[in-house]
Design a protein around this ligand. Structure first.
Ligand code: SF4
Ligand code: MG
Length: 329
């Protein structure tokens, strides 16, 4: 609720103080038990920082974080420890997040050992159970992750995140580093695990294509702020923010050939949080910008049931039409 995270220096003897960068600037949302909330935006939008704030991996400059009814904003790391088991993360880069010196069994056992759970036989059984759940088998346990493909490594990363029976799993672009052919397999695995284990996902992605098959609701971030949040079907059918429309245009079409509308539209430079424009932060790139947009910051307001957008013109935009597939010729 109202999460803010500043980065930047207060200056020093030979260094002028710089205005702090508001990497996350007043972000509020709730993730409901058992759902997948997707957090989508370009790199630099603050989505990974938001995820780390939620998990208390970094501290917020302002705002509150509640987990299962408990305010965890000011808990010490020690007091957080029992809750850590219930909040886990799957990282973007399975190559970087797994220790290459460890065999898979050691990699998976480690969280159990750290949290003092089970004896050797119980840990062994739990590792075997998780390997099965993520579609690997026991003979993978005695190998090193560098012997594995990207998709297999991400399966190990997912198994590791699930070792401690978490409730909430934050998936930070879990398929972005994988071949397109493997992405769907991992997305399907995550969906399957969610149903079986009744998991709650905060699922971060930089485009809307992946979350179309994954999310129940979608939150779109731009330069540290939420600009739209809606149930998936409402967002895809009736996007109210011009930036969301731009992201929808960027979804690759089934038929290659014609340049997408996105390529024409996205000519505007991606702004940096260090120099966020006044008024609506999206105005330098927005095809619908009017004078008001340059001076007055829009706030998130409801448009229809469960659907909110931060745009002065959210109710004036023409009905959305998805880009038509290129005609066969
Ligand atoms: Fe575009 Fe104005 Fe809406 Fe911002 S407030 S997205 S500039 S129309
Ligand atoms: Mg990121």
């Amino acid at each position: 609720e109202g999460l803010v995270r500043h980065f930047g220096s207060a200056g020093g003897l030979f260094k002028p103080a710089r205005a702090p960068v508001r990497a996350v600037d007043g972000v509020s949302f709730a993730v409901m038990r058992g759902e997948t909330l997707a957090l989508v935006g370009e790199s630099g939008s603050g989505k990974s920082t938001t995820a780390r704030l939620v998990l208390r991996l970094i501290d917020s400059s302002a705002g509150r974080i509640r987990f299962d009814g408990q305010d965890i904003t000011d808990l010490s790391q020690r007091a957080l420890r029992p809750l850590r088991q219930r909040m886990q993360m799957v990282f973007q880069d399975p190559f970087a997040s797994l220790d290459p010196r460890l065999k898979v069994r050691q990699t998976l056992e480690e969280p159990l050992i750290v949290h003092g759970m089970g004896n050797a036989a119980e840990r062994r059984a739990r590792v075997d159970e998780l390997l099965g759940l993520v579609g690997l088998s026991q003979h993978h346990a005695d190998r090193y992750t560098h012997e594995f493909s990207g998709g297999q490594r991400q399966r190990v990363g997912i198994a590791r995140a699930l070792m401690l029976h978490p409730d909430l799993v934050v998936c930070d672009e879990p398929v972005s580093a994988l071949d397109v052919s493997i992405q769907a397999q991992v997305v399907n695995l995550l969906k399957d695990l969610q149903a079986r284990l009744r998991l709650t996902y905060l699922f971060i992605a930089h485009d809307l294509a992946v979350v179309k098959h994954m999310a129940d609701r979608v939150a779109v971030m731009y330069l540290g702020q939420l600009v739209e949040i809606a149930p998936k079907h409402s967002l895809f059918a009736n996007p109210r923010h011009p930036y969301t429309r731009m992201l929808l245009d960027a979804i690759p079409r089934p038929q290659p050939g014609e340049p997408s509308r996105h390529q024409a539209q996205a000519a505007g430079e991606v702004a940096s949080p260090a120099s966020a424009p006044a008024g609506c932060r999206f105005h330098p790139r927005c095809p619908f910008a009017i004078d008001r947009c340059r001076v007055e910051e829009p706030v998130l307001e409801p448009t229809e049931a469960g659907h909110m957008a931060a745009c002065h013109r959210k109710n004036e935009l023409a009905p959305w039409e998805a880009a038509a597939p290129a005609a066969a010729s």
